[in-house]
Design a protein around this ligand. Structure first.
Ligand SMILES: Cc1cc2nc3c(=O)[nH]c(=O)nc-3n(C[C@H](O)[C@H](O)[C@H](O)COP(=O)(O)OP(=O)(O)OC[C@H]3O[C@@H](n4cnc5c(N)ncnc54)[C@H](O)[C@@H]3O)c2cc1C
Length: 371
């Protein structure tokens, strides 16, 4: 078998990259050892956020991506919902930090609105009144990650892309071939989009890529009548996201879903690929959610699930060609934002690989930065 490009990983990033390359007429084969979206993509939420990204390269990528999510032509089939985000500060210090964030966001053109207690109560009637300040981000949205991955891969396959599931990659010869448990694909270009496993996949080509798993767990309640209208989160979440601490970080992130269950996230810890669900961590999540929405204390938890975010040491995605291994490309390291960042990542990788003009500055995401 022969293909211009082989993408390793059929998660949201591999799917978006396949779609963008196929759109440019490149022949693409996507290989995955499991089914589509069977990795981290099925273990997270689907928020497409600008509110949690301070001005900088990740925000630029997120804004480019958000525009693309809206022009892909997807809608209810991927549960695309323009719900907006609400950040709440619970202390005077957090309120000062939130006011600074919304100001810097407005300066770069993000729709960030400081809202009054009355407007907050109107937008989220069940939210606690014990709030020092709040901000509304109308641009924040949500998709269902597995449905979105399937939709992107379906669109890519319509354009000629090939999907090989159940094909574990066992060897990579950059510039020549990818060897899998289902046979060899000859190719000049390989894209590693293997999420938190990207480091071990890159090692098959003799490359060194510092991606680690950052574990996260989400609680799911039984279905309830609509109680949470936006994605609502404690502003302390921003510090948890940016933290380099390997220990447990938890901050309340609460959102409803079209089917009725409420998702309560999320934890962050670097403990390798340990998938044990710890009651202590779930308790912290539940307490945080009830503190924001007291009515949740009477709602039953249905289940918990989790995944491993692909963590890069500087919290930025890795998108581009390995300077030491020509023909070996990366689209990975999106940590807790890979669903939101997927369309822009696919477009950036496709532009770089085909010699096109990127719509965002590729330098901050360059794999060469680790050298
Ligand atoms: C709790 C939690 C909440 C989250 N919430 C959000 C959110 O609200 N918004 C957001 O944008 N992001 C969120 N994320 C992050 C998001 O889920 C990830 O950034 C994203 O799914 C990464 O996608 P990916 O395609 O890079 O990786 P994956 O989905 O992990 O895909 C990688 C694929 O590579 C395959 N693979 C690995 N090794 C091999 C091999 N040797 N051979 C063949 N195939 C291989 C795997 O089977 C897998 O299917 C969350 C994550 C977690 C854990």
């Amino acid at each position: 078998m022969n293909s211009d490009v082989v993408i390793i990983g059929a998660g949201i990033i591999g799917a978006a990259t396949a779609y963008e390359l196929a759109r440019l007429g490149v022949s693409v084969t996507v290989v995955d050892r499991g089914a589509l979206a069977g990795g981290t993509t099925s273990g997270g939420e689907g928020n497409l956020l600008v509110s949690d990204k301070p001005p900088g390269p990740e925000l630029d990528l997120a804004r480019d991506s958000l525009t693309r999510w809206h022009t892909l032509g997807f809608g209810p089939e991927v549960e695309l919902e323009d719900k907006g985000g609400i950040l709440v500060a619970r202390t005077p210090e957090a309120a000062t930090a939130l006011a600074h964030l919304t100001k810097t966001h407005r300066e770069v053109g993000v729709d960030a609105r400081d809202i009054t207690p009355e407007e907050l109560a109107e937008r989220e009637p069940h939210l606690t009144r014990d709030v020092a300040a709040a901000a509304h981000y109308p641009e924040d949205c949500q998709v269902q990650p597995v449905l979105a991955t399937a939709a992107l891969l379906t669109a890519a396959r319509r354009l000629g892309a090939v999907l090989m599931t159940g094909a574990a990659v066992t060897g990579i010869e950059p510039g020549r071939a990818v060897h899998t448990s289902r046979g060899t694909v000859s190719t000049a270009q390989v894209v590693v989009a293997a999420g938190p496993w990207s480091g071990s996949v890159a090692a098959l080509a003799g490359a060194d890529l510092p991606i680690q798993p950052r574990r996260g767990v989400v609680l799911v309640t039984s279905p309830v009548p609509t109680m949470v209208h936006h994605k609502v989160y404690d502003a302390s979440y921003l510090a948890a996201v940016a933290s380099d601490d390997a220990g447990l970080q938890a901050s309340a992130v609460v959102e409803g879903t079209p089917a009725g269950p409420i998702l309560i996230g999320s934890t962050r810890e670097r403990i390798g690929f340990d998938a044990t669900i710890r009651v202590a961590a779930l308790r912290i999540l539940a307490q945080g959610a009830v503190s924001l929405f007291p009515a949740l204390s009477g709602v039953r938890v249905m289940r918990a699930y989790g995944g491993f975010r692909p963590y890069a040491p500087d919290h930025l995605p890795v998108i581009g060609e390995d300077p030491h291994h020509p023909g070996l490309w990366y689209a990975t390291g999106h940590e807790g934002a890979g669903i939101g960042l997927a369309p822009a990542t696919g477009a950036l990788l496709a532009a770089l690989l085909t010699g096109g003009t990127p719509t965002v500055d590729p330098i901050p995401f360059s794999p060469g930065r680790f050298a």
